[in-house]
Structure formats: structure tokens, C-alpha cells
Design a protein around this ligand. Structure first.
Ligand SMILES: C[S@@+](CC[C@H](N)C(=O)[O-])C[C@H]1O[C@@H](n2cnc3c(N)ncnc32)[C@H](O)[C@@H]1O
Length: 231
């Protein structure tokens, strides 16, 4: 079994034991695994996650990437602008596997990526939360993250962008107040794509970038967009 399959297996065991409600994470990471095993060529995984993993409520997807870095004696570094979660981040990874060498920084992710002290070959963009009723801020933030790091990454590198919905999908959208859902409605995605990777995706398919899209624009659920640097 290769490191991608092994990491998915270890992630899946903990996902199931934690009774995580982030059900889509297994299918998403299965797609990521299939794409990485066919396309990722580096022997050492040097990875950044923006939007730190700290609990199974959000999916703890960083655990999968931290395992890949650990298994290849690489680097895993997460960044989050919320100072209050620092302790939770280290605790969450430590509980899963105390041998994982986790680096974590509190900062705005764009700032962090601009000044990164190593050159990553695998990046997971998952910071600014999507608001489908006001989708521009998170898409712009995702674009700025991409701009901050893409030119430094070597050919063959992969960027994965979380939380995207393609045209034809509908989403049950909750409005929250004081930790309570006060309103649920059905939102139809009528644009080509909305989410953290909306601008990055449009650029990658334009034919004018050094990146190609490896993931499929599936309709009906939350998609991780996966792109690879080709020149
Ligand atoms: C969806 S959660 C991350 C989930 C995590 N990747 C996982 O798989 O469990 C988004 C995180 O991004 C952080 N965030 C939001 N805006 C940010 C920014 N501008 N820079 C860095 N982190 C940011 C939030 O504090 C939050 O912790």
C-alpha cells in the first residue's frame, strides 16, 4: 500500500472513531488520494494547510496531510489567524499521534504564505469560511493565497482548495445566530463555480496559467478543487 492509501486508511479510522459529522471528508480525501497517487512525484512532502485543523467537527483534514509529511520525513505547517485555537491545534494532533512533527503559526494566511520559510510542494487552502450568500470575500482570499505562493512552488506541485460548488448543485444553507441555526434555505448554484477556489479554478482552466485542473467539476456536493503546476 502506498503512503497516500496508508494515510487515508489511518485518517478514516480516526474519522470513524471520532463520529465526525463531516461525512463528505472521506469521499473527498479518497479523490485526493487517487489523484495524488497518479500524479504526485516528489519523494518528500512539504505541505502547508491554511485554516488549521483542530477538531473532527470541521473534518481535521490536516491530519491526512500531516501523515503524508511524517511518512516522507517532510514538513507540515498549518496557519490560522485565530490565536485562541493554538493550543487546540497542537493538542488535536498530539492526541492522534505524538510522533507527528506539527508546525503551526498564528497569522493571516496570505501574509504567512508570502513570507514562508520553506518551499512547499503540496498546499491545502482551507481558511476564510465560505458564505454562499456573499461568496466574493472567500473567493478573493483564496485567490490572494494562491497568488502569494504559486510562483514559488516547483513544477509538479499540487494545490488543493476546499469548499467549492459547481453550477447545478443545490445547497441546504443555514443562517446562524449565537451558535444556533435560525433559518435554513435551499440555495441553487447558478454560477459556473462558487467557493474558496472559484477564481483559482477559472484561472487554471483559462489556458493562460502554469496550472492544470486534476479534479472533476462534479455537481451535487462540496468539491475539493485539485490543480497541478505543469510549467
Ligand atoms: C474551515 S476551518 C479549517 C478547517 C480545517 N482545515 C479542517 O480540515 O478541520 C477555517 C479556519 O480558517 C481560519 N481563517 C479564517 N480566515 C483566515 C485568514 N485570513 N488567515 C488564516 N486563517 C483564517 C479560521 O480561523 C478557521 O479556523
Amino acid at each position: 500500500m502506498n503512503i497516500f492509501r496508508k494515510s487515508l486508511q489511518e485518517y478514516s479510522i480516526h474519522h470513524s472513531e471520532s463520529h465526525s459529522t463531516a461525512h463528505d471528508r472521506i469521499s473527498q480525501l479518497t479523490e485526493v488520494t487517487e489523484i495524488l497517487e497518479d500524479n504526485f512525484q516528489f519523494s518528500k512532502i512539504l505541505c502547508v494547510e491554511t485554516g488549521a485543523s483542530k477538531s473532527w467537527v470541521d473534518g481535521m483534514v490536516g491530519y491526512y496531510f500531516a501523515l503524508l509529511s511524517y511518512k516522507t520525513q517532510g514538513i507540515f505547517h498549518s496557519v490560522d489567524n485565530n490565536k485562541n485555537i493554538e493550543e487546540e491545534v497542537f493538542k488535536a494532533y498530539n492526541q492522534l499521534n505524538p510522533q507527528l512533527d506539527i508546525n503551526h503559526t498564528t497569522n493571516d494566511s496570505v501574509d504567512f504564505l508570502k513570507n514562508l520559510q520553506f518551499i512547499p510542494n503540496l498546499v491545502h487552502l482551507d481558511s476564510w469560511n465560505v458564505n454562499l450568500k456573499d461568496p466574493l470575500p472567500c473567493a478573493l482570499h483564496g485567490w490572494r493565497e494562491f497568488e502569494a505562493i504559486e510562483s514559488k512552488m516547483p513544477i509538479g506541485s499540487v494545490i488543493i482548495i476546499d469548499d467549492n460548488w459547481f453550477k447545478g448543485t443545490w445547497v441546504e444553507w443555514n443562517t446562524w445566530q449565537n451558535g444556533q441555526i435560525i433559518y435554513t434555505e435551499k440555495l441553487n448554484i447558478n454560477y459556473p463555480v462558487l467557493g474558496k477556489g472559484a477564481h483559482i479554478y477559472q484561472y487554471a482552466i483559462s489556458g493562460e496559467s502554469n496550472w492544470e485542473v486534476l479534479s472533476k467539476p462534479l455537481v451535487g456536493r462540496n468539491i475539493k478543487i485539485i490543480i497541478q503546476k505543469i510549467s
